[in-house]
Design a protein. Structure first.
Length: 84
């Protein structure tokens, strides 16, 4: 994961293939967010506006990242970003 700051907006997670599972849990594919690598945190305008912080990294048998789950600091929003 890199230390580069990334941004996740409500508009991005409301696209056709990025969607909210419920009011506080969102999913997206890394290509939709236009990220270069897996950040430790991402700025957002979701929820309380506090950054989303990487909480869980799932890897396959080869060590490649399958998805990363981000949780919002002092908030209840989560974002799962899948590697496509």
């Amino acid at each position: 994961m890199t230390a580069i700051s990334h941004l996740v907006t409500a508009e991005q997670v409301e696209t056709a293939s990025s969607y909210g599972i419920d009011a506080y849990h969102y999913t997206a594919e890394i290509s939709e967010l236009r990220w270069q690598g897996w950040p430790k945190s991402a700025d957002t305008n979701l929820g309380n506006g506090q950054p989303l912080v990487a909480e869980h990294i799932e890897r396959d048998a080869d060590g490649d990242v399958m998805f990363v789950r981000y949780l919002q600091q002092c908030g209840c929003v989560s974002l799962t970003v899948f590697n496509d």
